[in-house]
Design a protein around this ligand. Sequence first.
Ligand code: NCD
Length: 864
Amino acid sequence: MLPSIRRLHEIGYRLFATAGTSDFIQEHDIPCQYLETLNESGAKEQKSEYSLTQHLANSTIDLYINLPSNNRFRRPASYMSTGYRTRRLAVDYSIPLVTNVKCAKLLIEALSRKINLEVSDVDFQSSHRTVIIPGLVNIAAFVPGIAKAKSSDFEEVTRASLASGFTMIRVLPVGLDESLTDARTITAAHINTKNKSHLDFNISVAATWDNAQQLGQVVSEVGSLFIPFNHLSGNINKVAAVASHFNIWPPVKPIVTDAKTTDLASILLLASLHSRPVHIHNVIHKHDIALIALSKEKGLQVTCDVSVYALFLSRADYPEDPHLPTSKDQKALWEHMDIIDCFSIGSLPYYVAHSAKQNPSPIVGIADTLPLLLSAVADGRLTLDDVIQRLHDNPKRIFDLHEQQDSSVEVELDRRFTVPLGPIWSAFAGKTLTGVVRRVMFNGQTAYLDGTITSQRGQGKDISGMGPIPRPSTRDSTSSTSVVGPRRRMTVEHQLQSPFLRSADHSNSTYATPSTMQQSSALMSIPPMIPGPSLSEMISHTPFFRKHIISVKQFDRNDLHLLFSIAQEMRIGVERQGVLNILQGRLICTMFFEPSTRTCSSFEAAMQRLGGKVVSVTASASSVTKGESLGDTIRTLACYSDAIVMRHPSADSAQIAASVSPVPIINGGNGSIEHPTQAFLDLFTIREELGTVNGLTITFVGDLKYGRTVHSLIRLMLHYHVNVNLVSPSQLALPEEVKADLRGRIEFQEYTELNREIVARTDVLYCTRVQQERFESNDEYERLKSYFVIDNRVLRAAKKGMIVLHPLPRNQEISDEVDFDQVNCVSFVLLTMQRAAYFRQMRYGLFVRMALLAAVMGPSSDHI
Ligand code: NCD
């Protein structure tokens, strides 16, 4: 905490602390006022100036950091510590309280960066599951008065759409009395929309039986061509009249139609003859959705949408309304959910209101849309991903809409509410739905929060004339999904700006290539990080300075924490700067007497990323082949370097090297005994991926006899409260001497089969290779090499949040399909998780090895 405390002082906070803490802080030259802690007889007789209670009660303290001590095993449950009582006081007096050291450090770091955040007093008042999803697209907004002079319908629709989670609308070019069919009406629409919109929008043009020749005048001012067959006015009656529109309309702008039955068949034929995509709006009939399914199957470029009202209302509810599907139609729509590309609103709610003899408002149905869909998510009929795909990803792709980088919607997923019997009619009034839009961010600003529109009208852009968004050259289904998926995840990640999210899309994650990392940090406009005093300080105060690193037994929990704190700083440094100059002027030798890809190259990369240099000695080309002893080889390398990283097949190699070397030896694996640095990075991976080690069930599978990484990692587990399963054929069971270290200190069970039940309760599945090179008999190896294979069948039993680790290299024990495993989890945001963490594990290894090298060699004098 000391660097964080210093940081608080530096940014102008006055510090108060109780006895020991205050002394400690002042000893480190940080001004701090002493406060008396509570005494047994109560706080009354304390002088207010020195009384913690008084300061808390009088709200003279802005932030109270109190870390509970971990001594729950020694005290009776009824015992109430002083710390507890002071924390209770802070809560009672509404003083912000932090009780976790990591949170405290992060909060102080955040405070010191002075990021301008809009935090209102409702930001922390939630007991609901909140997800942040991308701003949604209302692809068919019905604006009855779009062409009518001085109509306010458009502004109303944009307000209602924004408040319902939409940040972009495509306005249907068909109004109540008049449609947008020519230059005159489009000009009227531009006047009606100018400086009125709360969100980005585009308008389209409607086809009439005779306007094909005039469309050239307006094509640059609209987003698409709409061919109406089933609207209130201005419908085309003959498909023949449409043929000329297909000839004239530019291929880069979409054609949309609401054609049904035989008209739909004709339009599909026309689209097919012209080899161009067509989008079918407001599908309601079972035969139509079946025809679209067949057309897709045959390779036609057809996409479609269904109005959300049609999914939840049928003629069983409103027998008089021909615009609604029958119950059978509705059933068919749900059965063809995979065929439906988008959800829409359209004019259907308006018609339904009309049939219900209600006074229809232009905004009817808009507010119902997302809650209806989220209720279906709650009922298990849809997934959140289904909704996002159909209200964001697919609309953007199909209609070539721009990405709204700084727009998102915060939704309380499981909040139930009753649709009010308000001034705006709803077919669902009085019904209980699930899911509430809490906040809408538009262009990086809160535009809607808890029922209030906070943005000004006119903030939304007219994107009607925007050209197509450049796409990858092919638009087949594979390429479109690969465009759609990552874009969504990027939006979600951008919200969080968390480097720790596990994503299938590596270009957005911690594991991005250096160039994409640089791009993403540029996007977030975070200033380049110069490793601050805290890092130098941490490195200068490690107990590993100039120490050999031979075994994990040298490390206690504090050492591990320090190492991991340094590793985290290294990660930030590498991602922002690529190379840090902490070990400038230093040199290490690497000497691997056994094959290595990861350990050797990651140590070399780590050294270079720290600004140091590496000499790597190939054992087979060294004087070892001339019979030179290990001791002499090490003495030689020590003359040239500041540390030696070594891997050797014999158990006592690391000790021998350490006994003769004047420079630190770092053990990169000694026979089947230990591999300490791998264990550090394994543990770091668990912490980074799962947030903690305590409380986890860790299952080791494979060759536990010869797997040195297991021997090291399992010993590190002794510092945590974990449950360990050891799964191996009996011939490859964990050696007795390792088990002896565990007995009485950690809970472990041994198995010879990896059954579903073990997998189901596992948080970390640690797999290992059967170590062929250590077997005395090759037959025995052949018998055991495929004893366990982790594949998707095994993962089916696993938790969504489980991670699969492997020190690598792998042979048959993890099948390739596991690499592509993906599960969707909703926590604060929608996350796509890859349980296969072994590739990420390698990346963590770089940071941990950087931390270790820096700790062993200390910062160069320039750096201090
Ligand atoms: C391991 C090793 O060499 O012990 N791999 C590694 O260091 N990354 C595991 C193995 O060889 O199976």
